[in-house]
Structures are given as C-alpha cells and as structure tokens.
Design a binder for this molecule. Structure first.
Ligand code: ADP
Ligand code: ASP
Ligand code: MG
Length: 502
C-alpha cells in the first residue's frame, strides 16, 4: 500500500493558483478538504446542529466546518454594543443583563439537548459559562474610548458559542471534531467592524493549523466572521462575513469547493422571501454572482464572491434543510454558466444629489465631487451624471456631514435617505433585443431617482424604499415569469408544427 502523503507536505508544494490537483513530493494526488460554512439558521438549536452533523457525516471527503452565530444572536449582540457605546439609557435599547441571561439559557438548553450525559456536558457548559462571564465583564468595563475594539470583542461571542455547540453535535454523531480559533488563522488589519484580511498570512496559517488535524481524522470547527489584528485583539470582517471566512480558508487550503449551507435552495431569481414565484438557479457565472451580492442578494457576501473568483475557487450554495437538493454552483471562471437573470434590492443606501452652482467653471466639476469623496474615503455604488449635476448612492450608515459640507462649497447638495436600489443582473439577458422595453414596462409606474448601467451585466434603479419590493416583483414578472411562459408557448407551438408535418 502506498503511504498517503501528508496534506501539510502537499500543501507546502502547491503554488498559488494551482488548486486542481495536489501532489506529494512522490507524486501521489490527494484531495484537499472542502470547507462547509453553516449560517445562523443552520446552527439554530439542537435539531439544526444534528442536521449539520449528518451533513458532515455524509461527505465523501475531509471537511472543515465554519459556523456563524445562532440566528438572531449577532443582532442581539449588536444592540448591546449600540447600547454600551451610544445609547446609554435609551429606553428602546435592551437591558444587557436580561439579554445575556436569555442568550446563555438558549445555548445551555441546546447543549443539554445535544449532550445527554451530564459528565460529558459539564466541561462544555463550563466553557459556555466562561464565554458569558467574559461578555459580562467586558460590558461592565465598557468601551472606554475604544468603541471598535470593544464592539468586535462582544460581537465574537456569538461565533465563540456556536463552535462549541457544533463540536458537541459532531462528537455526539461519532465524528471527532476540534475547535480551532479563527483568531489564530484569520489575521487582519485593525479596521474594527470591517477588518481587511491579510491573505498572505492566512495562506500560511490555514494549512499549518488545519491540515494536521485533518490528517488526524478530526474535523476542525472554526468561527466565521471573526479574526484578530496584530496586537491580538479580536476583529470582525463585517456583517454576514462568515461566507468570507469560508472562502478565505478554502482558497488558502486549495479546497476543491466551498459550500455555503443556508436556509434556501440556492441563489434564486429574486429573494424568495419577497417573490414567491422566484426560481432556483442551478449555476451562476462569477461576475453575476458578485453583482447580485453587491446589489443586495444577501445569500452570499460580496467579499466572499469576489475572493472566491479571484482565487478560482468554485462555490456552492445549498439548503441545510434539504441537503439532497443540488443547490447553486457559482463558477469561478467568467462566462462559464448558462444565461441567467435575477433581480435584487438593497435598502441600506442613501442618494446624494449634487448640482454645480451656476457660476461654477464648465469643467472640473466631477473631478471636484469625486475628489471630495476620495478624500473622505466614501465608497460610491451607483452614479449618474449630466453636464452640471451628478447623483450617486453611498452606504446609508456613513457619516456624511463632512462630505456634505465640503461639496456645499461649490454646489447645492441634497441627501435622500429613504431610498433603495433595485438591480436586474444577467449578462445574456440584458443584451437581448426588446429587453429594454420589458425593463421599462416594469418600471413605468415607479418614480425613479437614478438609472445606472455601466456594463452589460446589470442595470440599477434608485427608487423610494417603500416602492422597492413592488418594483422587484414587477421586474421579476416581466423579465423572468412572462418571458419563461412565452418561451414555453413557443416551444409548444413549434412541437405542434413538427407534429403536423409528420
Ligand atoms: P445565512 O445565515 O445562512 O448566511 P442569510 O440570511 O445571510 O443566510 O442569507 C440567506 C437569505 O438570503 C435567504 O433566506 C433569502 O431570504 C435571502 N436572499 C436574498 N436574495 C436572495 C436570492 N437572490 N436568492 C436566495 N436567497 C436570497
Ligand atoms: N453572525 C454574523 C452576522 O450575523 C456573521 C454571519 O452571519 O455571517 O453578521
Ligand atoms: Mg449570510
């Protein structure tokens, strides 16, 4: 029997970008572990954690597991952070000790349901208690001028708890599993709340810490969403960032595939919670996936989509409630997928409209506007311009007062906050003749502030937030449902003709 090469050895010989086959120095090919990320609803209580364990048990290859906090936990923690950093005694903000007590009970109840034997449960319950003692102490000390650092440390509690319960569920299922702390692998800069990963370090650290465990037949279980900065403080990658953790690890390990397990069957042609007629799309091209995620399809985090593509890493989105269903494959190469169309919307945006003073010079206006945005580091999503005015969307949570002041020196400025962007994504579709008519038929009844189409991959509209759900439904009806029905009619008619001729 040939000795199986050590994954660590193989990885050491792997060049960046060579993710297909991994060979040991003596030429034996092995498969790197797949990364499986489970979102909040997929770890939400004992039944879901048992389902997670069954999914991992059924995998043919080695697995690495990444988990988010249980559903709702990160939102509760975020409210505690707000209360501690800004709210003080605001009555609408929750009482910290009541929230923490309920959260603790929820995790202890889950543990009790997963691990029936008291002796086996005790050390895990002690660990959960320890995490809550840390959170209580942190809240007692308060942010002390270090809001970002404080916030990320508290936010990490959700994922710290989730890994403990996940290991318990896997072990109960007879799968040997170990917690690996993401802080030791996902090194980042110090931009708390939206930390930027240090790809080079992760590429080195991930194989070194993960592969020996895998070699040993253990499943490493790692917190999504969190990492650490050079001083050792906990950082987070931004809300929804567990998807990004999974692709960072998948790329660093040279995984054949990263699977994002969630609560829907894959990428739909629109958010299924909004459009019940939406269809699951079996495969999506890389650019479409990035565009969809940027414009609001939260089923995948934009940074994860971008990173997977840059690393030539295939991504699959699957339903943890129905693992037998095929899900959606996001191809890592441009244009590999079949024609595809989807509609997304995003509500956390603001629209800034800037109009040059009539006395302003006829040139240099746009340069001045974007110069201001660049200096204040405000990222812009959509833009439309005419000769003396421009309008663009930015993240609604940005503090825009300084930008507004700077722009007001040479222009009239207004900022609309109750707006949303609605975007149609689909390269093949947007090139078809007659498509514009269908798009504008859907938009006809909706007042639009801005239209933007910079590529043939997507077209976006900025509308009042209250109008967005309806516009999504109308675009879906016009571009997907009615077109599909027309195609079916055509197919039936041409079959009929063939039948007549025989
Ligand atoms: P997880 O916690 O598993 O990461 P998320 O809540 O972040 O899950 O993302 C899954 C949700 O994304 C779905 O429940 C769905 O409502 C929403 N969603 C929005 N747009 C789409 C889309 N185009 N396709 C599928 N799901 C979508
Ligand atoms: N738990 C984190 C959040 O809710 C990360 C994630 O779910 O991906 O944002
Ligand atoms: Mg998510």
């Amino acid at each position: 029997m040939t000795d199986r090469p050590h994954l660590t050895e193989v990885c050491a010989t792997t060049e960046a970008g060579d993710f297909e086959a991994h060979r040991s120095p003596d030429g034996v090919t092995v498969t790197m572990p797949c990364v499986h990320k489970f979102g909040g609803t997929s770890v939400d209580g004992p039944e879901r954690l048992k389902a997670l364990a069954a999914i991992i048990r059924d995998q043919r290859d080695h697995s690495v597991v990444v988990v988010s906090a249980m559903a709702g936990v990160s939102n509760e923690l975020s409210q505690l952070v707000d209360a501690a950093t800004t709210g003080g005694n605001k009555p609408e903000l929750p009482d910290a000790s009541t929230t923490l007590a309920a959260m603790k009970q929820r995790h202890l109840d889950a543990l009790q349901a997963i691990v029936e034997e008291e002796a086996a449960r005790a050390p895990l319950a002690a660990r959960i208690n320890e995490i809550f003692e840390g959170a209580t102490q942190l809240l007692g000390e308060g942010p002390g001028g270090e809001t970002g650092r404080f916030g990320d440390q508290l936010m990490a509690v959700g994922e710290d708890l989730a890994v403990e319960l996940t290991v318990a569920a896997l072990e109960t299922e007879g799968i040997s599993a170990t917690v690996l702390d993401a802080r030791d692998i996902i090194w980042t800069n110090s931009d708390f709340g939206a930390a930027v990963p240090d790809f080079e370090s992760i590429r080195r650290l991930a194989p070194a810490s993960i592969l020996p465990l895998v070699e040993d037949g253990r499943v490493p279980v790692i917190q999504g969403f969190i990492g650490s900065e050079a001083g050792g403080a906990t950082t987070t990658l931004g809300r929804g960032g567990s998807d990004f953790t999974a692709t960072l690890l998948g790329a660093a390990l040279g995984s054949p595939e990263v699977v994002l397990w969630t609560d829907v069957d894959g990428i739909h042609s629109a958010d299924p919670s909004l459009v019940t007629e939406s269809r699951v799309v079996s495969d999506v091209g890389s650019e479409e996936a990035v565009e969809l995620s940027y414009f609001g399809a939260r089923v995948i985090h934009p940074a994860a989509a971008k990173h997977a593509i840059a690393s030539a890493l295939p991504l699959r989105i699957k339903n943890s409630f129905a693992p037998e269903r095929p899900g959606t494959l996001i191809h890592s190469d441009r244009g590999a997928a079949a024609a595809f169309a989807a509609v997304a919307h995003k509500t956390d945006v603001a629209l800034i409209r800037v109009r040059a003073f009539p006395t302003a010079l006829a040139y240099g206006f746009l340069a001045r506007v974007f110069g201001v945005l660049g200096r204040h580091a405000v990222p812009v999503d959509l833009v439309a311009t005419s000769h003396s005015s421009t309008a663009f969307t930015v993240d609604r949570d940005e503090d825009l007062s300084a930008v507004r002041r700077a722009l007001s020196v040479f222009s009239e400025v207004d900022v609309l906050k109750d707006v949303a962007t609605v975007t149609v994504v689909g390269r093949g579709m947007l090139r078809e003749p007659g498509m514009d008519a269908l798009v504008f038929w859907a938009v006809e009844k909706t007042p639009v502030y801005l239209i933007s189409q910079a590529s043939d991959v997507s077209i976006s509209f900025v509308v009042d937030e209250a109008e967005a759900p309806d516009l999504v439904r109308r675009l879906h009806l016009s571009l997907i449902e009615l077109k599909e029905a027309a195609r079916e009619d055509e197919a039936t008619a041409s079959k009929g003709k063939e039948g007549d001729q025989t």
